[in-house]
Design a protein around this ligand. Structure first.
Ligand code: URP
Ligand code: ZN
Ligand code: ZN
Length: 472
């Protein structure tokens, strides 16, 4: 099966050019000057399918390196399964996800890893990889870190918050970092001071301050900055590389930028919610509405300028990439567990379907360039997490994961479920986006075209990742 995408504008992180893209089977065979022939053969007459991309961008498929499909969390499960969540991702132009295997205290890491494979196998619409969450860092967990590297899991997430659920103490964190420093893997960190947050939450609830708004007030930026600084110091001590997930506070960005300025391998990820949404507008919505946007780290104050700073950091590369932290819960039966007590609202926002569009809006608004859009949503995730070459770029030998994006199209994230995620609302309801995902190919197969899903569950395969390209 050969496919020719002709007349489009190919956008890689390194540049933009008018070019035709030839895909042979699952793999890109050539990126050619428009209308090229090969050894005198007219390409168009010798392929099975021709896609005319006139007036549209041809970009590498998005990579969302932070998702939680069907994650057991907050007394319930994230509402997207691997089937529904990866299908929604495809609709939004994301062709790979990296999801988190969960290990709670006392559980065996390898057993959990096998369990996650069993959940995902045969279910996914797009390719998927895994990071591994470590909570208590048992001796067997350290051995597992080495074993998992050979399985294509080269990154391990630790938590400095959620005591009794995920939290690792500083000694446990140091142990895991020592192992990462010696085996070449990446430490990912949920950087919030859990003890301080637990105290503030207890005090707020006791004082009768129980609405979703207090979720934001009890997780202040100081708790994020302090934990980010501590994680950086422990990484410095051990020599481990550090990737700070879901950064929302401008002070945390400053910690990351400072460490990078001193030559440390520290990286930062932000998410669309920290670019667009705020404490005042969303968490502070009337009644219980704010529950829709309860996630951690929390939405920050627009008055304090965090969102503006986050766009700026994305442009200047103080923050390197954007993932969603897709962890959806429905309002009915899930978020409403926290009616009358914000601390019982399951933490998470779903947006796996909206990331490419929301970040493209940053191009339209003049916040980032076209190439930077591709870089932060696809190329850097591929490089950061050992997928580059096959993913994150349009070049010969890469997987045929391609999105044809119409800059003159329009996407309404409207009411009444115009999205495909398994949620009874969208965190971005009412957003109007200048741009549209027209066609999506996953390893050469057209899975979205003309507002139709043409894929099938099981199309997506496990991607065995290598080491990060940012480390030596
Ligand atoms: O609120 C969030 N972020 N939920 C998902 C779990 C995590 O901390 O990433
Ligand atoms: Zn987290
Ligand atoms: Zn997460």
């Amino acid at each position: 099966m050969k496919t020719l995408i002709k007349n489009g504008t190919v956008v890689n992180s390194t540049g933009t050019a008018a070019a035709d893209v030839l895909i042979d089977g699952e793999t890109i065979a050539g990126v050619l000057a428009p209308g090229s022939t090969i050894l005198g053969f007219d390409l168009e007459a010798n392929v099975d399918t021709v896609i005319d991309a006139t007036g549209r961008y041809v970009i590498p498929g998005g990579i969302d390196a932070h998702t939680h499909m069907e994650m057991p969390f907050g007394g319930t499960f994230a509402s997207d399964t691997f089937e529904t969540g990866t299908r929604a991702a495809a609709w939004g132009g994301t062709t790979s996800i990296v999801d988190f295997v969960v290990q709670y205290a006392g559980e065996n890491v390898i057993d959990q890893y096998n369990l996650w494979h069993a959940k995902a196998a045969g279910q996914c619409a797009i390719d998927y990889g895994f990071h591994q969450i470590l909570s208590d860092v048992q001796d067997s967990s350290l051995v597992a870190m080495d074993e998992l590297l050979h399985e294509g899991v080269s990154s391990f997430k630790l938590f400095m918050a959620y005591k009794g659920v995920f939290l690792s103490d500083d000694g446990q964190i140091t142990k895991a970092m020592q192992r990462a420093a010696s085996n070449g893997s990446m430490i990912m960190m949920h950087a919030e001071n859990g003890s301080v947050i637990d105290l503030l939450v207890q005090q707020a609830v006791a004082a009768g301050n129980t609405s979703p708004y207090y979720h934001g007030l009890t997780r202040p930026w100081q708790a994020e900055e302090e934990a980010t600084h501590r994680a950086i110091m422990l990484a410095n001590l051990t020599g481990a590389p550090l990737y700070v997930v879901h950064v929302s506070a401008k002070q945390a960005v400053e910690q990351i930028a400072n460490a990078r300025g001193h030559g440390q391998n520290v990286f930062g990820e932000t998410c669309p919610q920290y670019l667009y949404l705020s404490l005042e507008e969303q968490l502070g919505a009337p009644g219980f509405e704010g529950a829709k946007w309860v996630c951690s780290t929390p939405l920050r104050s627009r008055e304090e300028g965090h969102q503006h700073h986050m766009w700026q950091s994305l442009r200047t590369n103080d923050i390197q990439m954007v993932s969603t932290d897709h962890c959806p819960f429905c309002m009915k039966g899930q978020k409403d567990m926290g009616l009358g007590d914000f601390s019982k609202i399951p933490n998470g926002i779903g947006s796996v379907e909206h990331r490419m569009d929301l970040l493209y809006q940053g191009v339209v608004d003049g916040q980032i360039s076209l190439e930077r859009w591709v870089e932060v949503t696809s190329t850097t995730p591929a490089r950061m997490f050992g997928m580059y070459g096959k993913k994150g770029v349009i070049q010969p030998g890469a997987d045929g994961d391609i999105v044809i994006y119409d800059p003159n199209g329009h996407t309404s994230i409207g009411l009444n479920k115009t999205h495909h995620m398994n949620m009874d609302y969208s965190a971005y309801e009412g957003f109007e986006i200048d741009g549209h995902v027209d066609t999506v190919l996953s390893r050469g197969k057209v899975i979205i075209d003309d507002n139709q899903y043409l894929g099938a569950k099981g199309d997506g395969k496990y991607f065995k990742r290598g080491l990060s390209q940012y480390l030596i």
